[in-house]
Structures are given as structure tokens and as C-alpha cells.
Design a protein around this ligand. Structure first.
Ligand code: EZ4
Ligand code: CO
Length: 403
């Protein structure tokens, strides 16, 4: 079974997605997710110019070799663009493998280790009352784990606030990035009171999460972690920009609040130090951004050796194909922790026919062979690519800050 064609589709049903379509010489089609939010066209060019010509004619069943060929076979091989391109190809090849076998991918990976996948949703508010009420809505809908973000007093907007019912809070609407302001001192003063109110109103019978989104210094992160200890967080996510991995030794030594990192990592080598020194509790790579199923599985096995559990990145900018790929791994992994799930805007449902379903705070996959998400190419063509940027953040004096 040879690869006959590798096509790349870019579509914007509410937000941009990059879809890899691999067709075999006997007509089997596999779908992969290669979406990199705000940098979509870099991955498209990488795939079309540099990857597709390498794949045509190759044996589609040799998924492991193709991964190595695309990674080791590329001298310039690190980074999110390359990893996402490889990830999209890898997911599409697993889709083909499952379709040929007549089995869902989780069966190829060893079969269910659990009955369903526990997810966490994204609650937010423009003040504490609003955020507390939003948490209540998630709990009423059966969620057992909720992430909470709120507008920090004195700021006009900040990361993680949902506007209306839409899930489009991240890409800017304009042709240039939105500019947000940031104030770490105001944030550090505000967040403990937010979590205190959430626990007072809703109790301790659910998992409570929070995303710091790379905003703090190591010492500030330690302060935050300590101040949140009474509220028994499931995790604090991305407390600092994780390029400086030694900083996590400092954070770790000063707080018992669990730490989750990894959504911008692109491979096992980015995870090695944090996992092997037990500096984090959850590894949060996104399956499409970390080289797909083949490579994410290796990261999770490494994590399991050190008691680190999984918390796969699952925002709306990971397409339903990428979410489904994560769910297959989630069902099988011995060290599964939790799955992030934001959902997708309604038009995405016209493009992606996803077989997974929600019930009581969990997602589950059906028995569809392969990844279990089919793409309607006519629908995709109705939603052409629309250039978007993620926001940027500045301090009050105009200095750039990490977003
Ligand atoms: O900002 O996926 O935990 N979730 C996140 C996301 C990221 C976006 C960036 O594309 O941090 O909302
Ligand atoms: Co995050």
C-alpha cells in the first residue's frame, strides 16, 4: 500500500485549520491535523514544499520509519513548524492503518485502559462573580474538572476570557495582533481570592485548574503556587516561560501546587529534563504539535517512568482530528491524567464529522475505524483561510511581556 498523494487543505470554519489528506494507491484516505495557530501557512509550506514530495510512492504502513525519515532525515529538524507537519502526516497514517485494519486506532495501540476520557472545560469571567457562575454552569453540565480564568482588575483584557458563547478568544480579529496589557503584581494579588471564592461557592468535589500562560518569573510562580495551596489545585499550568527549565527546580522546591507544562513543546527532548527531574506533574504536549501519535506515545511512556501524568493540550485551535488523535492515546495510556477540551465553533461541525461524543464530563470514541473523523472537502472550501494572529502582551510602560 503506497502513498499516492499528499494534499493540504486550509480552512476557516470559525478559525483556521490545516488538514493533511493522504491517499493511498488503493484509494484509502487518511486525515491529519497540522494546525499551528497563527502560523498556519508556515506548516502548509513545509508540508507542500518539503514533505509531500518525500512521501509519494512510500509504503504507507511504515509509520515508524516515515516518522524517523521526516525527523532524522531533516538536518533542520527542531521546532513547532516541523513537528506539526510531521504530526499531521503521522495522524493521517494512523488513520489509514486503522481503516485498513477495520479497527479504531486505540485498538491498534493496545485497547481501552478506561471507559472514557475525563476532560476539563474552560470557565471564565470578567469578574469573580462571573467566573464563579461560569464554573457552576460547567458543573451543572456534568464536568468534573474546570479551568478558571478571570479578568485581573486594572487590566482591560487578558488571556483566557471567553466572549459570549464563542470560543474564539485567542486569535485577534484584526490583521495585526491584539495588544493586551499585563501586570504580574496585580495578577498575584487577584488569583488567590478568585480560587477561594470558587471553592467557597462550589466546594472541593471537582478538579480546579488554572493557566498562568507563561507570565511569571520563577519566584513569582513559587509565590502563586504557595498562595493557591489551600484551594487544592489540580494544576497550575505554564507558570513561567519554559525555555528556562532550571527555573522549575526553584518553583518545585517551594510549592506543592501541581505543575503542568508542555503545550508549546515539540518533542521528547523538550520534555526530558522536566520529566526526569520530576519537576512537573503533568506533561501537556498537543498531539499534532509533538509529532503526532507515534512521538507523543514515547513522551508519555517516558513520563510514566517518573510518575508524571498526561494532560494533553486541547484548545479550539487543535482541530477535531487532533482532539480525536489525543483521545485514542488517552484511552490507552496507563498514566493518563486529564484531557483539555474547549470544543469547536458550530461551522467546524460542517467540515469535520467527528465520531467522539460527550457524556458526564467525559469524551468517548466510538468504534469507527481509524481516527474516526471525516472531512467534508466541499464544506472546507466554503470557509477560506483568513489570516489571524495570536495577541501580544505589554506592561504598562510599553515593554513587551510573554503572552
Ligand atoms: O493559548 O492554544 O491551555 N490552553 C492554552 C491555549 C493556547 C492556544 C494557543 O494557540 O494555553 O488557549
Ligand atoms: Co495553556
Amino acid at each position: 500500500m503506497r502513498i499516492a498523494a499528499v494534499d493540504v487543505i486550509v480552512t476557516c470554519p470559525g478559525r483556521n485549520y490545516v488538514i493533511v489528506k493522504i491517499t493511498t494507491d488503493d484509494g484509502v484516505v487518511g486525515w491529519g491535523d497540522a494546525t499551528l495557530n497563527g502560523r498556519e501557512q508556515s506548516v502548509v509550506a513545509y508540508l507542500r514544499e518539503h514533505v509531500a514530495p518525500l512521501l509519494v510512492g512510500r509504503d504507507a504502513t511504515r509509520i515508524s520509519d516515515i516518522w524517523q525519515y521526516l525527523y532524522r532525515g531533516s538536518y533542520w529538524r527542531r521546532g513547532s513548524v516541523a513537528a506539526t507537519a510531521i504530526g499531521g502526516v503521522d495522524i493521517a497514517l494512523w488513520d489509514i492503518a486503522g481503516k485498513v485494519a477495520g479497527l479504531p486506532v486505540y485498538r491498534l495501540l493496545g485497547g481501552r485502559a478506561r471507559d472514557g476520557v475525563t476532560i476539563y472545560g474552560h470557565a471564565s469571567g470578567t469578574d469573580i462573580d462571573g467566573a464563579v457562575a461560569d464554573v457552576g454552569d460547567f458543573l451543572a453540565r456534568g464536568y468534573r474538572a474546570v479551568r478558571v480564568q478571570a479578568l485581573v482588575p486594572g487590566l482591560t483584557s487578558n488571556y483566557g476570557l471567553r466572549h459570549g458563547t464563542g470560543l474564539t478568544y485567542e486569535p485577534a480579529a484584526g490583521e495585526l495582533p491584539d495588544e493586551e496589557t499585563w501586570d504580574s503584581a496585580a495578577y498575584l494579588d487577584f488569583v488567590p481570592g478568585l480560587m477561594k471564592r470558587v471553592r467557597e461557592e462550589h466546594g472541593y468535589g471537582f478538579h480546579l485548574l488554572h493557566d498562568v500562560h507563561h507570565r511569571l518569573s520563577a519566584n513569582e510562580a513559587a509565590q502563586l503556587g504557595r498562595s493557591l495551596e489551600p484551594y487544592r489545585m489540580f494544576w497550575m499550568e505554564d507558570p513561567t516561560p519554559a525555555e528556562d527549565q532550571a527555573a522549575f527546580r526553584l518553583i518545585r522546591s517551594r510549592t506543592t501546587t501541581p505543575i503542568a507544562v508542555g503545550e508549546i513543546f515539540s518533542g521528547i527532548w523538550d520534555c526530558q529534563l522536566l520529566i526526569s527531574e520530576r519537576l512537573i506533574d503533568y506533561i501537556r504536549v498537543a498531539v499534532p504539535h509533538a509529532g503526532g501519535i507515534t512521538h507523543t506515545r514515547r513522551i508519555w511512556d517516558l513520563a510514566d517512568l517518573y510518575g508524571v501524568r498526561t494532560g494533553s493540550h486541547g484548545p479550539g485551535d487543535v482541530s477535531p482530528i487532533g482532539i480525536a488523535a489525543a483521545l485514542h492515546l488517552d484511552l490507552v495510556a496507563p498514566n493518563f491524567g486529564i484531557q483539555e477540551y474547549m470544543g469547536h465553533l458550530d461551522p467546524a461541525g460542517e467540515v469535520f464529522r467527528a465520531g467522539y461524543s460527550y457524556g458526564e464530563g467525559m469524551l468517548d470514541l466510538g468504534d469507527a475505524p481509524g481516527i474516526g473523523v471525516e472531512v467534508d472537502e466541499d464544506a472546507a472550501a466554503r470557509y477560506p483561510y483568513s489570516p489571524k494572529y495570536l495577541p501580544v502582551a505589554r506592561l504598562a510602560d510599553g515593554s513587551m511581556h510573554d503572552w
